[in-house]
Design a binder for this molecule. Structure first.
Ligand SMILES: Cc1ncc(COP(=O)(O)O)c(C=O)c1O
Length: 260
């Protein structure tokens, strides 16, 4: 089995290396304002991997830049300013994303985060609600807990925290909510079943867009689904991609819909 995986990985590596060499021999760099067919072919292929109306795509250089643009677009599109993120989340270190990032080690003592608010991370493993029997993930449904099959008490408590943040810290109408489908840098945290679904609904009721930061979870890295948000049965308004998209090359993307 290991041998088979190695052979597959090696042949993929050779394929990608040859494609990169071919492109470098042909044209190394051009701005995206000039028509350059491989760029468009790539964008079309990538868009075809995304569900629903998530078909409008813009390529950037890094995850921070992608999230920055997503936050900027959400503010312009909604005419609202406030952005909510989860505590312990990492979304980048650019001027906008530093506000959404909520890990003190990455937050220098400089002005940052105007209009950004954080809410409690729904961490059923280390958080105050949940526990070792909690069904802490939509993809771990074989576990049993004391909640009835169609409810999750921990989820309800963490959703109450989001409601409290929206009622007290943020403006009545908000621009966006940004969250990873599984929190990466913050400690590989899986949210309770139904958390993102309820959070998206609450955010949309306040006029906000839902941004799925797939910088770590995208491109099949969660195993069962190509995109992490699919494990939560939600449809984001904006999806941001990086890391796995370029395997070390400075590539990232923002994907959204035509109407938003
Ligand atoms: C979830 C998440 N979002 C955004 C970023 C920022 O990406 P980049 O380092 O490419 O700017 C990271 C980086 O670790 C990340 O893990």
């Amino acid at each position: 089995m290991i041998c088979f995986i190695f052979v597959c990985a090696y042949s993929l590596y050779r394929k990608v290396k040859e494609a990169v060499k071919k492109q470098l021999n042909h044209l190394w760099h051009t701005t995206n304002i000039y028509f350059h067919s491989p760029l468009h072919e790539y964008a079309e292929k990538l868009a075809s991997r995304l569900p629903g109306e998530l078909k409008v795509l813009y390529l950037t250089n890094s995850g921070s830049e992608a999230n920055d643009l997503a936050m900027f677009m959400a503010r312009i599109c909604t005419n609202n300013y406030d952005i909510i993120s989860l505590r312990s989340g990492y979304h980048g270190s650019s001027p906008y994303t530093l506000g959404a990032t909520s890990i003190s080690a990455y937050k220098p003592g400089v002005a940052n985060g105007s209009g950004c608010h954080t809410t409690m991370c729904p961490d059923v493993f280390r958080g105050i609600w949940g526990g070792s029997h909690c069904r802490d993930s939509p993809v771990q449904t074989t576990r049993t807990c004391s909640c009835s099959p169609d409810s999750c008490e921990a989820k309800d408590k963490y959703i109450d925290q989001l409601k409290d943040t929206l009622d007290t810290s943020a403006a009545k109408r908000i621009a966006a909510f940004i969250a990873e489908p599984i929190m990466g840098v913050g400690g590989v945290i899986q949210f309770p079943k139904g958390f993102l679904k309820d959070a998206y609904q609450m955010v949309r009721e306040r006029g906000g867009l839902c941004i799925a930061d797939e910088v770590q979870t995208g491109f099949g890295r969660t195993g069962s689904h190509f995109w992490g948000f699919q494990t939560h049965d939600v449809m984001p308004d904006i999806v941001t991609l990086a890391k796995g998209i370029g395997n070390g090359f400075p590539m990232a993307a923002v994907v959204t819909t035509e109407g938003k």
